[in-house]
Ligand binder design. Sequence first.
Ligand code: ADP
Ligand code: MG
Length: 719
Amino acid sequence: MARRLLQLAELPVTELKGVGDTKAGSLAKLNIRSVLDMLTYYPRRYIDRTNQAKLADLEVGEEATVLVQVVKSTSRRTRNGKSMVTTDVTDGTGRLQVTFFNQPFRERQLAAGLDVVLFGRLELFQGQRKMTNPVVDLIGDRTAKIVPVYPQSEKAGVMSWDVARLCEETLKRAGEFADPLDTSIRDRLELMDRTAAFRGIHSPESMREAAMARRRLAFDELLRVQVELVHRKREMERTAVGIAHNVGVSGGAGAGGPLVARFHECLPYELTAAQKRAIGEITEDLAKGHPMHRLLQGDVGSGKTVVAVSALLAAVQGGHQGALMAPTEVLAEQHHLGIRHLLEGFTVPDTDGGNLFGGAGLDRPLRVVLLTNRTPAADRRRILADLASGSVDIAIGTHALISEGIEFGSLGVVVIDEQHRFGVEQRAALRDKGAGEAIPDVLVMTATPIPRTAAMTVYGDLDVSVLDELPPGRTPIVTRWAKSELDEIEVWQQVRDEVAAGRQAYVVCPLIDESEKLEVRSAQETFDELSAGELSDLRVGLLHGRLPAAEKAEVMESFRRCDLDVLVATTVIEVGVDVPNATVMVILDATRFGIAQLHQLRGRVGRGSAKSWCWLVGEPTNGDGEARLEALVRSTDGFELAEVDLDLRGEGTLMGERQKGQNDLKLASLRRDREWVVKAREVAMEILDADPDLAEHELLAEEVELFLGGEDVDFLLKS
Ligand code: ADP
Ligand code: MG
């Protein structure tokens, strides 16, 4: 009978020949406990023995991989006490001397007669051909044409060839593998079958076979993730009861219903095509009987607020309430100001008590309230009562708004600004806030663009709308990198010039990850230095996370009123702060920030029609920091930057620490395998559309449970 992976998961490695308790202990250090772990411990790379450079053909200065035999190794200490191992090697065509500094173990490791693969640069030293500290791969006495190289651990005492032998035995004993993927899908995607794939990855006959094997096994990893995510999404659509909002005629003119249409008519500008599309998608969701769970991605300044308000109004016009939650109080206050302004003069039918005369009801003003920790106790009590009775239409606050046991009369739509993840717990917290058992619709907004394929994995159970277009008439922000002290003089000169022209500027202080306290201190120092030095003639304010909330609000307010010229701040201003008169952003020590963060910070300027500047101050230090700043200078397109970011950082950071864990994606890479993420999602949908509970795909269901079951499912769903 064909072998299932679950069976191998249940067999301890000690089932394999030559694995006793000691060996099992060593393997456990590499997280190999079951035979399945062994089978899915994949080679790091391969050495193609048919295609190695010959020592005789190597040119000095050339980098190459050579397959050689050790003649002898000796060790001594250099004059300054460093360990130095010298190893003579040959490949029959020539000889080479290899020197290892500070690797004393090489003397024992590289015993005479051993076959090894070296990767390094050929040097000429005192007339002799040499390599210094090359990469060493031990391949043992393996005779295959293609030798797999496994991640090994000398500390744990597990060498590449041990792993190779154990994998070979596993393959031999396992025999044929059951394949969860139908032949038709395999053929369509040109994927090899399971048995061939496991063989091909561990003992390929050619590099091409190894690549095809990797492709199949990586696809399996991606498919399992997508099956889990799509299944969750479908489950929710099927079982969760939402509110079917009255949105009027969807699709046509006035989509979204009368109140929303009126709102759009009153805007001083035309909606962008992207805004219209997003509002259309949201409107369709709102009309449905199951709760919306949608992510709105839109670059800084793309106009997410109008989309959010449209969704809130859709709830209000059907007699429900809307809530908007921001990550900080400063932002909540700002949203409150902005949205109150947008909705000035709007009215809604007064349902309680107003309808004295029957017939057409009286109208009352649409009511928007702000609820934060700074709301005075008396106001707070009144607001809470009005939220419960339904006489407040739109509530704006921090993320705590829904979790603090606040009662809503009938919460219809929730918008969450700048939060990537809206987890299962929060969704549960919403359940008793809607009408009856219904769960309110949720729109999550983010300005951190995530490449589409990554979004499919990280946010695989959400629908995604994208604002990929900025409102017309924006002047792009000019970004420059100030690398030297001379450049810095120009930075401060420009700040003074802009202030003289009636504009304002931000200065963001160095980021200090280790402690908020240090960060505050550095902000204070920056503030002191600038106000005594370069910016001594200007009105400079300071904003950081440790200021009391009231003081924070006051500083923000003075800056907004233009009572301050320059705001020196920590990253508390990162998201959402909106002062259109500010035209210069100076980011100190910019190499310490990530791309997404720099892009967010830069987005604080360029919000009006005047030309804006962003200065990245910092000496070029490490390669990545430099590449990040160069990317920012080159591009203002958040999506392009997100791709660069993904390339620089790898996807591990995107999916969090958990990703590196044992049962996660071992082969597949969200970066390299972009097209396969899309294909996996399509296949997952195809399978689940035809077979919603995977009744006909028992093996696939079993594997999803095996690899992603239990707590491991949730790592994907946390930010
Ligand atoms: P963000 O997506 O960063 O939250 P906002 O919603 O704050 O962006 O919008 C940024 C600015 O663009 C605001 O001043 C807003 O009034 C303006 N805006 C939004 N939509 C349009 C549009 N369609 N045409 C012109 N200006 C717009
Ligand atoms: Mg915003």
